[in-house]
Write a protein that binds this ligand. Structure first.
Ligand SMILES: NC(=O)c1ccc[n+]([C@@H]2O[C@H](COP(=O)([O-])OP(=O)(O)OC[C@H]3O[C@@H](n4cnc5c(N)ncnc54)[C@H](O)[C@@H]3O)[C@@H](O)[C@H]2O)c1
Ligand SMILES: O=c1ccn([C@@H]2O[C@H](COP(=O)(O)OP(=O)(O)O[C@H]3O[C@H](CO)[C@@H](O)[C@H](O)[C@H]3O)[C@@H](O)[C@H]2O)c(=O)[nH]1
Length: 332
């Protein structure tokens, strides 16, 4: 299949590019490198890269036509929850308006399939656990609102233009590739596992535990960590499913298992073989106590199966990346 990946130089995007290339697909990437890294695509010489924004609708249309693009995988977005509460319009512009441009280019060039990066943040404080796709969606921050707005835009694009879509609601993406030298390098980094491992490397004095008084067994927040390579395989399966099926679908992607912040730190200590200093801090605004997915729909419908469900394997793969690339992509 000829596939356009937006945001393919980013963390989850580059791992998905690896999965698609390994399965014989022809991949074109557009990324404005506002966050991503050109080096993340170096292991994939067959991939064509364009440094381009979602807002360049004309260039997008031209690429889709010239390359004969059949499907789009759409990662390009801003995704810092905290920043989104301070600069909501920036998030509406980049995420919602940017997606409108992408969809308009698809309409003009006749591309009929899209897989979209949604998020567990669309649920807000969950009404049931584990969370099924049919649960109430009530985001607690502008980031989640923009992703929910895009899911709705995709439903209408299906009705009006017969653009078929799958929105994948990821829980906590983590880990790094086990074959290619690619991994997580967000700047600034806000995610728990890379911050814990940077602390283990001595780059940070301590890892702050945001909130120790949550109604959870050890008082810290519980999350569902999913290996980035398992996310990547779900995208490939979603693309394949859309060839045979129609409509606008939504799937959770998580392991269905929760780990507390303290449990993640303890597991990281075991993986790296040394203690990691902690500081007990105040809650981070907007964090729900527990987020755990019910991933059954993706398993039953797409035939998705995780290859790396164990937290120890997820953290070990991340540790391999961080210890071998202590400055991320910067040194390469
Ligand atoms: N990391 C997670 O745990 C997580 C969880 C749920 C959902 N998501 C979603 O998954 C997607 C990928 O996340 P990630 O962690 O890989 O983020 P990332 O920042 O590493 O990747 C996003 C990429 O999009 C590019 N980009 C942003 N705006 C663009 C624009 N206007 N035009 C072109 N390129 C643009 C960035 O340069 C970056 O390379 C995002 O949409 C994010 O919201 C991530
Ligand atoms: O230094 C830190 C960083 C994080 N945490 C906690 O660790 C947990 C995980 O945090 P983080 O890695 O920042 O992920 P989330 O805030 O859970 O958000 C991720 O997962 C969401 C879906 O679950 C996605 O919507 C987001 O895009 C993605 O960043 C949370 O309870 C945080 O409070 C700490 O205690 N200390």
């Amino acid at each position: 299949m000829r596939i356009l990946v937006t945001g393919g130089a980013g963390y989850i995007g580059s791992h998905t590019v690896a999965e698609l290339v390994d399965h014989g697909h022809e991949v074109t990437v557009i990324d404005n490198l506002s966050q991503g890294h050109r080096q993340a695509l170096e292991p994939f010489p067959t991939v064509e890269f364009y440094q381009l924004s979602l807002f360049d609708e004309e260039a997008l249309t031209q690429i889709m036509r010239e390359k004969g693009i059949e499907s789009v995988v759409h990662f390009a977005a801003f995704s810092l929850v905290g920043q989104s509460t301070k600069e909501p319009l920036l998030y509406y512009r980049n995420n919602v308006s940017g997606t409108e441009r992408l969809l308009s280019a698809m309409v003009t060039s006749g591309v009929k399939r899209i897989v979209f990066s949604s998020t567990a943040a669309v649920y807000g404080d969950p009404s049931t656990l584990p969370i099924p796709e049919g649960a109430r969606t009530l985001p607690t921050n502008p980031y989640g609102e923009t992703k929910l707005a895009i899911e709705k835009m995709l439903r209408w694009a299906n009705e009006a233009y017969a653009i078929k879509s799958i929105s994948l609601r990821y829980f906590n993406a983590a880990g790094a590739h086990t074959k290619y030298p690619i991994g997580e390098d967000h700047r600034p980094e806000s995610h728990l596992i890379p911050l814990v491992l940077q602390t283990a490397l001595g780059q940070r004095e301590a890892i702050h535990i945001y909130g120790c008084d949550y109604p959870t067994p050890d008082g810290s927040c519980v999350r569902d960590y999913i290996h980035v390579m398992d996310l990547a395989s779900a995208h490939r399966l979603a693309l394949e499913w859309l060839v045979e099926n129609s409509g606008s679908q939504v799937f959770n992607l998580g392991n269905g298992l929760g780990f507390s912040v303290r449990e993640v730190i303890e597991m990281a200590e075991r993986v790296v073989g040394k203690p990691i200093p902690i500081v007990e801090s105040d809650r981070r605004w907007g964090d729900p106590a527990v987020l755990v997915a019910s991933p059954e729909r993706a398993k039953l419908t797409l035939g998705w199966k995780q290859e790396y469900p164990e937290l120890s394997d997820i953290i070990r793969s991340a540790w391999n990346w961080h210890s071998q690339h202590p400055h991320g992509y910067e040194q390469e």
